[in-house]
Design a protein around this ligand. Structure first.
Ligand code: FAD
Length: 283
């Protein structure tokens, strides 16, 4: 049985661009930037991958034609990474040509560890032609990230740091939350020191507070980095951060293919399941 959209409504801004656009406008009014994610994952045939790129390009055009303050976030498995790196790169560069022409920004989300190396390779290749228009995500839980942070920071990359959302084994990723938080802090320090404007993606109150305290103790300006959170989570905290002068950005997913994204949000925290249950029970 297909899960009804009402279950996902908390985390997904709408099934169409028109619905999502109104939500983004309201977020932007609070001086919070947005990155829009047209949902979907793991496309296996070249025709559908090319159509997805067309849809991403249309999204860039829609943002350009609007008053929205929004970049976009994309997944390489939606652009043919499962077919071949060459197909994927051809699609990615077609998208980035538009982003560059319109002075827009495309962030490549990081997926499961089977894709980490290929994602970094394609990002590095893209950076040579599209610096300033393309960014990447690194996951603090991966053992390899210490090296990736150093390598990519040295290239001046625009990096979003997150904990990591996929279930990974102990030989690939840290398992305890304390270890992941400690790694996150180390990498955040490197990114602040070595890159122009790192993006700190977390809802974790202890990390948000630590980042604020670290910025204050180091004498950093509040616009030295950006807090990023997902649509539907910690809205009050985001509003407060923005009102207090910190740079903020909300990741806003939309589209009909919301099921895997929604499932990941539920797996992350039992409170999310509880929240959805209570939302549904409200009259
Ligand atoms: C903008 C953004 C982009 C992302 N992009 C990627 C990506 O490309 N690839 C990827 O693998 N992952 C991505 N993620 C997901 C990320 O990796 C984590 O899986 C996810 O953010 C959960 O980790 P967390 O640090 O937010 O807090 P959690 O580990 O979920 O929570 C830790 C603690 O924070 C507090 N907390 C968390 N949520 C709330 C809440 N809603 N209300 C109150 N307290 C709360 C609680 O104290 C909780 O115990 C992204 C996350 C964000 C925010």
């Amino acid at each position: 049985m297909k899960t009804p959209y009402i279950f996902a409504k908390r985390f997904v801004a709408g099934e169409s661009y028109d619905v999502a656009e109104k939500k983004v406008q309201r977020i932007n009014q609070k001086r919070i930037r947005v990155t829009l994610d047209l949902l979907g994952e793991n496309i296996k045939d070249a025709t559908t991958a090319a159509e997805t790129v067309d849809a991403y390009i249309e999204l860039l055009e829609q943002i350009k034609a609007s008053t929205l303050d929004s970049s976009i976030s994309v997944k390489l498995t939606m652009m043919g990474l499962d077919i071949s790196e060459e197909v994927c790169y051809a699609n990615l560069s077609r998208l980035l040509d538009t982003a560059k022409a319109h002075n827009q920004f495309v962030r490549i989300d990081m997926e499961g560890s089977d894709y980490t190396q290929a994602t970094i390779d394609l990002f590095k290749r893209a950076l040579k032609t599209y610096q300033g228009h393309v960014g990447i995500v690194l996951q603090a839980y991966l053992h390899r990230t210490e090296k990736d942070v150093a390598d990519l920071a040295a290239l001046g990359a625009d990096i979003r740091l997150c904990k990591g959302a996929y279930r990974e084994p102990a030989n690939i990723a840290l398992q305890s939350m304390d270890d992941i938080r400690a790694a996150y802090k180390e990498y955040a320090k490197v990114l602040i020191e070595k890159t122009a404007f790192p993006r700190m993606a977390t809802h974790d109150g202890s990390l948000v507070t630590w980042l604020q305290e670290y910025a204050t103790s180091e004498g950093l300006a509040k616009d030295r980095f950006e807090f990023q959170m997902l649509y539907g989570l910690r809205e009050k905290t985001m509003n407060e951060l923005s009102a207090d002068g910190w740079k903020t950005c909300i990741y806003v997913p939309y589209g009909t293919m919301w099921f895997p994204y929604f499932t990941r949000r539920l797996m992350e925290r039992k409170e999310n399941v509880f929240f959805i249950a209570t939302t549904l029970l409200k009259p």
